[in-house]
Design a protein around this ligand. Sequence first.
Ligand SMILES: NC(=O)c1ccc[n+]([C@@H]2O[C@H](COP(=O)([O-])OP(=O)(O)OC[C@H]3O[C@@H](n4cnc5c(N)ncnc54)[C@H](OP(=O)(O)O)[C@@H]3O)[C@@H](O)[C@H]2O)c1
Length: 244
Amino acid sequence: MATNDRVLVVGGTRGTGLLIAQLLLKRGQRVRVLARDPVAAATRLDPAIEVIAGDITRPETLTAAVDNVDQIVFTAGARSGRYAPESLVKATDYEGVLNTLAAAQLKRFKGRFLYMNSIGITTPSLGAMLINLLKRNTLVWRRRAEEEIRASGVDYTIIRVGFLSNAPANQRQIDVSQGALPLSLNRRTGRADVAEAFAAALHHPNASRATFEIIWGKGHQRENWDQLLDGLKPDAEAAGTLNG
Ligand SMILES: NC(=O)c1ccc[n+]([C@@H]2O[C@H](COP(=O)([O-])OP(=O)(O)OC[C@H]3O[C@@H](n4cnc5c(N)ncnc54)[C@H](OP(=O)(O)O)[C@@H]3O)[C@@H](O)[C@H]2O)c1
C-alpha cells in the first residue's frame, strides 16, 4: 500500500466516514476531513487529522478541500435514519457528489474517487421503497450519482453496502459480489467492516473502475480484505450484472 498519501474523507465527521478517517490515519495515511462544522468535528476526530471547512451543497466551499489530495473517499449523504425531503436528498446525495467531482477535476485530481452507496439502487424491493419514502428517492438519486462517477473519467471504486450496524469489525463473514442485491433488513453490513473495505480498496488494483457489494454472510471466519478484492472485475466487464 502506498502510505503517506493525503486522503480527503467527505462525510468523515460521523458514522462510517469517521471510522474510515481514523482507520486510514492508523494505517499511515495523511487524512483530511471535510466538515460543515469544523469545530465540532475536531472534537470527535484524532488531532492528527486535518479538518477543513466545506459543504458539498456549496461548490465554492470545496476548492481548498480538494487541493493537493491523492485520493477522495465520499461517504456523505442526507443523515441516516432521518426523514429528508427530496430537495435535500438531491442536493446532498446527487449534486454533492457532482460538486465534489467537479472541484477535484478543476484541481487536476489524478487519484481514485471512492464512493459509498447502498445496495438496492437498481433492484426493486420493499426495503428500497421504504428507504425512498424516508429519504425521498435517495436510491434514485444515488443510482444517478453512480452513473456520473463512471462517466467522469476519474479512477473510481463504488462500494454498495447493506443496512448499517455499529458492530465491531472482523466478527462476521463478508460476502463480496458484483451483482444487484435487493435491499432488505436481513442484508446488513457493519460500519467498521465498511471502513476496512474502503481502506483496502484505496490502492487495490482490482478495485479500479469497479463496483462491488458487501454484506455479512452467515459464518464467522473470513478471508482478509486483499483476498476478498482479488476477484473483482472492472465495471466494463461486470456491467451486465450491476443493474439487475
Ligand atoms: N444507514 C444505512 O443503513 C445506510 C445503508 C447504505 C448506505 N448508507 C449511506 O452511507 C453513508 C454513511 O452512512 P452513516 O450512517 O455511516 O453516516 P451518517 O451518520 O449518515 O453521516 C453522513 C455524513 O455526511 C455528512 N454530510 C451530510 N450533508 C453534508 C453536506 N452538505 N456537506 C458536507 N458533509 C455532509 C455529515 O456531516 P455532518 O457531521 O455535518 O452532519 C456526515 O459526516 C451515508 O451516505 C448513508 O446515506 C446508509
